[in-house]
Write a protein that binds this ligand. Structure first.
Ligand code: SF4
Length: 458
């Protein structure tokens, strides 16, 4: 993919309830989900008497040292990793969002994007509300505080009935935790349980199941679209259907966002990606000497392509994993350097070879062009770029930071023009039907695929 992060997931959430060292469980969960957001990280924990919140800009390991984790006492916690767009990366935009109100204290974490956030905010401001951040999530605090309902659970239900869009939300009060997925279930949220030292069980909800693996929790099931789980005292969480579900989970989770070792919407991501490569080989065969992935996002699909086509798989490009976000971004004129800092081809391997290069998607096209250029400079005879998803032609309004349509190369150029732009010998994409087949889903299973077909549900 345009891995120098042109297409960014916005956020990871985790909630931990009635568990030994809840903040530490939240910390390791956030660490395992760092790929979903690198700008800021935060945790709120509950001692039962009060909430404690620590958040800051930076990676999870930079925000939390031992001293900070020790301050986050209690058996319940919520945590968040944030990806933010330029100009909105102040500490005020880090989560959890914490507030005191007439019923006590509350902390909220949110993964997604509220499509009616602007109208709600303007309405609240007209009624006297004062906002501290640019986050949609802050609207919820005001909606909960202003609700006329007596109990917190009813206020939360009241508030989420006023919002629209994509949300996996976790609320933490002093005694309880609430987890909600929007009626379409755009963003993932899974439920797991974790064994305490006395043999009892605590519960967790997290954006990805890789969080459960790291902390030794057991995956139970996905939170259903339109479902609210209420965690209180001991025992299993109670489930409430607060919306009629109309599932449209984000198909792009399989293409790029989720970690390959996660189980998302009931399917293992690695298996789906490998299937995507196999489908691509069946749909778009070509003669070549080797199949190489753009690391890391193209690896599983390239294995699938190689297996199906019988063409040898090689790791022809090596990725430097230590390029952080802190170095000074190269100027427009030296975009080539930006790619070279991260990706380096193995000259001896690819010299004189006809290459099939597998990547997961093309966004602006500039990164793909740089990859083709560095491969040619390293001596490749032919470069055939194959993409394991359909052309991305529309931006996302459901929690993913995407460039607008004018910058999406496939929305503005034909296949031939795009191929010429990226300077490849050929270019082809997996079909939408091929992508669906790769998930091996039930025919009736519907996904949001708006960035591929432009059909928006909300
Ligand atoms: S528009 Fe694309 S990225 Fe956004 S939720 Fe739908 S499938 Fe996912």
């Amino acid at each position: 993919m345009e891995t120098l992060r042109d297409w960014n997931e916005e956020c990871a959430v985790v909630g931990v309830y009635n568990a030994d060292t809840a903040a530490s469980v939240a910390y390791y969960s956030l660490f395992s989900m760092q790929h979903r957001g690198q700008e800021a990280s935060g945790i709120s924990s509950s001692t039962g008497e009060k909430l404690i919140t620590i958040k800051d800009r930076g990676l999870v390991t930079a925000v939390f040292g031992d001293d900070k984790l020790k301050k986050l006492k209690g058996r319940s916690a919520v945590g968040h990793n944030r990806y933010s767009t330029a100009g909105e990366d102040s500490i005020l935009d880090a989560q959890p969002v914490f507030a005191r109100y007439d019923l006590g204290e509350i902390a909220i974490v949110h993964n997604g994007n509220l499509t009616n956030a602007k109208q709600i905010r303007e309405d609240l401001i007209q009624k006297g509300a004062i906002f501290q951040s640019f986050m949609d999530t802050e609207n919820l605090i005001h909606l909960i505080a202003k609700s006329q309902k007596e109990k917190l659970i009813d206020r939360i239900i009241d508030a989420v009935h006023k919002i629209e869009g994509a949300y996996s939300l976790i609320f933490l009060s002093r005694k309880k935790m609430f987890a909600i997925r929007d009626p379409h279930g755009f963003r993932p949220l899974s439920l797991g349980r974790i064994k305490n030292s006395d043999g009892s069980f605590g519960y967790m909800v997290a954006s990805e199941t890789c969080a459960f693996d790291l902390v030794g929790a057991e995956y139970i099931r996905d939170v259903e679209p339109g479902e609210m789980l209420v965690f209180e005292a001991e025992g299993e969480p109670r489930s409430y259907k607060i919306f009629e579900k109309q599932p449209r989970p984000c198909i792009f989770e399989f293409v790029y966002f989720a970690r390959p070792d996660s189980r998302v919407f009931g399917h293992n991501v690695y298996e789906v990606r490998k299937n995507m490569g196999q489908e691509l080989a069946r749909e778009k065969p070509i003669e070549a000497d080797m199949v190489i992935p753009v690391p890391d996002s193209g690896v599983a699909a390239a294995i699938g392509y190689a297996r199906e086509s019988g063409i040898p798989f090689e790791l022809g490009i090596v990725r430097n994993h230590y390029v952080g976000r802190t170095f000074i971004e190269p100027t427009q004129q030296s975009r080539e350097l930006k790619v070279k800092l991260k990706l380096n081809p193995i000259k001896e391997l690819i010299q004189g070879k006809r290459l099939i290069v597998i990547d997961d998607s093309i966004v602006r096209g500039t990164t793909s062009r740089q990859i083709v250029r560095i491969l040619r400079a390293a001596g490749a005879k032919e470069v055939h770029m194959k993409i394991s998803s359909p052309p991305t032609i529309s931006p996302c309004y459901y929690g993913v930071d995407t460039p607008d349509k004018s910058q999406l190369i496939c929305a503005n150029m034909t296949l031939e023009e795009t191929c010429r732009f990226i300077e490849a010998d050929s270019l082809s994409f997996l079909s939408l039907e091929g992508l669906r087949r790769s998930i091996q889903c039930d025919e009736r299973e519907l996904f949001c695929q708006a960035c591929f077909d432009g059909k928006y549900i909300v």
